[in-house]
Design a protein around this ligand. Structure first.
Ligand SMILES: [Zn+2]
Length: 116
């Protein structure tokens, strides 16, 4: 594989890299929408999966940050808790873990080799 060239494919590739590297209590899926009322992305439980939604018209750099943010919510998602994303300690740790690997570690290069 090589680095995906199209914006949405690259985000799918990054998501696949996260899935291969970071466990989540429920499987995750990624989808894109053209617009959303109040955010550029969010995550929700949908058909027993954690579905990440991103607004495809947002700039690439911003979308990568939102994807990391939302994926961290998936990692911190409670097994039994009522789904309600927050930005507490668990989420912060997850977010930091992905961010460091991607921007200070080898994650960015590794992610370019993942099949999506
Ligand atoms: Zn959040």
């Amino acid at each position: 594989m090589a680095k995906a060239r199209k914006k949405l494919d690259r985000l799918r590739q990054l998501h696949a890299w996260m899935q291969s590297r970071y466990a989540t209590p429920h499987p995750t899926t990624l989808r894109f929408v053209r617009q959303c009322a109040d955010a550029h992305g969010y995550v929700e439980m949908y058909r027993r999966k954690l579905r990440i939604t991103l607004v495809q018209t947002a700039p690439s750099y911003h979308l990568v940050m939102i994807l990391i943010h939302e994926y961290a919510h998936c990692m911190a998602w409670g097994h039994h808790k009522v789904p309600k994303p927050d930005h507490g300690a668990e989420w912060s740790l997850a977010m930091g873990e992905i961010y460091r690997e991607l921007y200070e570690g080898d994650g960015w290069r590794q992610s370019c080799e993942v099949k999506w």
